[in-house]
Design a protein around this ligand. Structure first.
Ligand code: SAH
Length: 451
């Protein structure tokens, strides 16, 4: 086993739980336990990491072609075979059952593995539970469709897996990983408190199209790996509400599971007129239209026509009819035009505005420009809220930390000449765990404020 020896004093961050070794922190690479000759690292191999004083720091997946030269996956000298992946996946799945009840994993779609935060660097596995869209649409005529109606018409739900290999080491072990995953899901009855295995998935779809793959020297890759996926998409239930998604079609892709709890909580504040900005397939907007007891009107704004088509399908599945309107527009322009109407005396105001933009700051270098973007939309939104209105504002930029995010909101409020009371401040759902010492795993911020 090769050994990566760090430069003097570089081990502190790793000892506090951060799993990455950057290439500029490495003093030397040694060949084997006793030998002191220097060695070359091969992409995807495993190696031991130690401090300059020979303190053992852990075993890592290496990629000499990446600035992240090693990703520690274990504090001990454990190998990376199918048995290892089965143990890790099992541990990750059983963590998902801690907070959920007996039916959590049988009914809800969850992220089963969240990469470094589940000690599987660069591996993401989502499991979607539901039924093929076309079958469900024709088998159940009642709207809104409920989970129980779907079970009564079509039997137990099926499941589909979306998998992402985001590090070279995981990509080169894809066969072992998929075999391990299938064995855990099929055989391990312990997973669910009632003893039922989660069951074979009907299809596994690779979604490795994230840009970070390029930093690892890997091509972007998508497509069916095993089984099948319905061409018309599937319907899952989130917080009991039906949502359509399609893992295969290039335009309509998946569903962001990390906002599950925030969507439910945000909907608790919905009344009157609601704006769901950057709506994608309507995750927040549909919850806001469905959950309150009083009628609510929701406007979903997104630049993607395909996403808005899915919003309309989701509104249909939820029996929402006219209470959800879709607007295909750039949110920056849309907010400005609402402000324009307002200054001309028209009433274009909202009681709840949700801002859930894509990550504006893709890197630390892009942070300043990104902050201007965040402030711009938050400022406009604050001006467009009725007195007593609620702002739900999110950022999924990992490079934007909570402190800067909060300060941006305070600055937007100052410029809008509005006082804000924070009602809640939230993060990603618990199936996207945060690894202490590895701040990159805490990426989603969601503040809820009253004007
Ligand atoms: N709120 C959504 C997720 C939003 S993802 C949910 O709960 O599922 C970000 C969305 O912003 C994408 O759908 C993308 O099409 C859209 N988008 C990105 N830039 C935009 C812009 N400038 N104007 C409007 N929509 C934009």
């Amino acid at each position: 086993m090769k050994r990566i020896v760090l430069k003097h004093g570089e081990e502190g961050r790793i000892r506090r739980g951060h799993p990455w070794v950057y290439d500029n922190e490495v003093e030397k690479i040694l060949d084997g336990a006793g030998s002191s000759s220097t060695a070359m690292l091969l992409p995807g191999e495993i190696a031991d990491v130690e401090s300059s004083r020979k303190t053992y720091l852990g075993r890592a997946l290496v990629n000499p072609n990446s600035k992240i030269i090693a990703r520690i996956y274990s504090p001990s000298k454990e190998g990376m075979d199918k048995g290892f992946f089965k143990r890790r996946i099992r541990e990750a799945v059983s963590r998902r059952t801690l907070a959920g009840g007996k039916f959590y994993l049988h009914r809800e779609s969850v992220r089963l593995v969240f990469a470094e935060a589940d000690f599987l660097p660069g591996l993401i596995i989502d499991r979607f539970v539901g039924w093929p869209f076309k079958e469900l649409e024709s088998a159940v005529s009642l709207r809104p469709i409920t989970f129980d109606d779907a079970c009564a018409a079509l039997g137990k739900p099926q499941s589909w897996i979306a998998i992402q290999f985001l590090s070279f080491g995981m990509d080169s072990r894809r066969e072992e990983i998929i075999a391990a995953l299938e064995e855990v899901l099929e055989q391990d009855g312990f997973i669910i408190p009632d003893g039922t295995p989660l069951g074979t998935s009907a299809g596994i779809v690779e979604k490795s199209a994230a840009k970070v793959r390029e930093l690892e020297g890997l091509p972007l890759q998508e497509g069916l790996v095993r089984g099948s996926f319905p061409t018309s998409g599937i319907v899952i239930f989130e917080n009991g509400l039906p949502f359509m998604l399609n893992l295969i079609d290039g335009q309509k892709t998946g569903h962001f599971l990390d906002q599950r709890d925030n969507r439910r909580i945000a909907a608790g504040y919905a009344r009157g007129k609601v704006l769901d900005a950057f709506s994608y397939t309507g995750g927040f907007g549909i919850h806001a239209a469905r959950l309150p007891e009083t009628p609510v009107h929701v406007t979903c704004v997104d630049a993607s026509a395909a996403a808005l088509e899915t919003v309309r399908i989701n509104a249909g599945l939820n029996g929402l009819g006219d209470s959800v309107t879709t607007v295909e527009a750039d949110v920056f322009e849309y907010l400005r035009s609402c402000e324009g109407h307002r200054t001309r005396g028209h009433q274009e105001k909202f009681d709840l505005i949700i801002l859930d933009p894509p990550a504006f700051a893709k890197s630390k270098a892009a942070l300043e420009g990104a902050l201007r973007g965040y402030k711009d939309i938050n400022l406009s939104a604050l001006k467009l809220l009725n007195p007593g209105g609620i702002l739900v504002t999110c950022s999924c930029s990992q490079a934007l930390d909570e402190g800067r995010f909060r300060r941006m909101i305070a600055e937007a409020a100052a410029d809008a000449e509005r006082r804000l009371i924070q009602l809640d401040f939230r993060y990603q759902s618990a199936d996207h765990p945060v690894l202490v010492g590895y701040d990159e795993s805490l990426y989603l911020k969601c503040g809820i404020y009253r004007v």
